[in-house]
Design a protein around this ligand. Structure first.
Ligand SMILES: Cc1cc2nc3c(=O)[nH]c(=O)nc-3n(C[C@H](O)[C@H](O)[C@H](O)COP(=O)(O)O)c2cc1C
Length: 321
């Protein structure tokens, strides 16, 4: 997720567990062959065979409308050790769509085919090439054509964000709209959109028919959502309560996040990244809301780290016998 799930966030979330794979933020491809440093910047995990410190593979996400450039840059990413290439056909941003990238391409299934086929040809066969789409641009009338275009170009997997570009991020997600595509797909189809809880996950797989899901904002709000889903899944249908991470445990993650973020970014950017995560966490944890209020006007990482440490101290004191 652009501007949110960077290397540091992937490090934190994969440490919690339950995640099979991550994808980088999108790398914008125009007409040039990007230098290696760009790929290393988006995916520092390339220094670690494309794995997060917890050993979860990170696919490099490319966004662009020029098949030839996409292929050249996919080959470059693969040569640097990317464990997979993911192609973004879902981005709704006006600035991206105006420049021939993201969801605007959903209007032209043949171009989707050409891009995926070119990337597939350019990348060694053992490296998966996956694509992510929405249901369509203004409506879902082209969804079958879009999916067929991508399957016939030999994509390894298709992730579907169950909304159109026009729907933006407005709930609900139309999981049932994926069912036909997944039922007739030669490759795994991954459902995405509005999965915030284990119950949402169960509704999503029931309605979409998909075995697997992609988590976005729900995982930022509840960092062990994937662990909970996985645990529930291995219980052969019987729903049991899986204890969620306690707030003090999440607070430890936030404290570590301050440290890893400070190692990666200029100091002036650290505060905003921490506040951004708290804004997601407060959807699930009341204490995250309190913490957000306390740090929202602070700028420097050490000021924020002090408040985090103080909240942790007082919570532990309250809970000690
Ligand atoms: C801030 C933000 C950044 C995003 N960046 C990307 C991106 O770079 N590539 C992508 O394919 N989707 C991106 N998305 C979309 C998400 O991957 C996901 O499809 C969408 O949020 C719906 O899933 P969710 O309800 O689980 O969040 C982004 C979404 C948000 C909110």
């Amino acid at each position: 997720m652009e501007g949110v799930v960077d290397h540091t966030m992937r490090t934190m979330l994969t440490k919690v567990g339950g995640i099979d794979r991550c994808v980088t933020e999108f790398v914008r491809v125009t007409t040039t062959r990007l230098p290696s440093r760009v790929f290393y910047r988006y995916c520092p995990e390339l220094h670690n065979r494309g794995m997060t410190p917890s050993g979860v593979p990170v696919y490099i996400q490319l966004l662009g409308g020029n098949a030839e450039s996409m292929a050249i840059n996919a080959a470059k990413a693969a040569s640097l050790g990317a464990p997979g290439i993911d192609i973004n056909f879902g981005c709704p941003a006006k600035s991206v769509n105006r420049n021939d990238g993201g969801s605007v391409l959903l209007k032209e299934p043949q171009r989707l085919h050409d891009i995926v086929a070119a990337v597939r040809d350019a990348v060694p066969l053992d490296i998966p090439v996956t694509a992510k789409i929405r249901l369509g641009f203004n409506d879902s009338s082209l969804l079958t054509d879009i999916s067929q275009a991508i399957f016939s170009a030999n994509a390894s997997e298709l992730t579907i964000h169950a909304r159109t570009k026009s729907d933006g991020y407005k709930p609900p997600a139309y999981w049932e709209a994926i069912a036909d595509i997944q039922a007739n797909s030669p490759v795994p189809v991954i459902a995405n959109g509005e999965i915030w809880t284990v119950n949402d996950y169960h509704s999503c797989i029931k309605q979409s028919g998909c075995d697997d899901v992609m988590l976005g904002r729900g995982l930022l709000a509840c960092p062990d959502l994937a662990v909970q889903i996985r645990a529930g899944r291995s219980m052969t249908g019987s729903q049991q309560d899986i204890p969620a991470l306690s707030w003090p445990q999440v607070l430890d993650l936030v404290a570590q996040f301050c440290i890893v973020t400070e190692a990666m970014y200029e100091r002036k950017y650290v505060g905003n990244r921490v506040k951004q995560w708290l804004a997601y966490l407060r959807q699930h944890y009341v204490f995250a809301g309190d913490l957000f209020e306390q740090v929202k006007r602070l700028k420097w990482p050490e000021e924020i780290a002090d408040v985090v440490a103080e909240q942790r101290r007082s919570l532990l004191a309250e809970n000690s016998p």
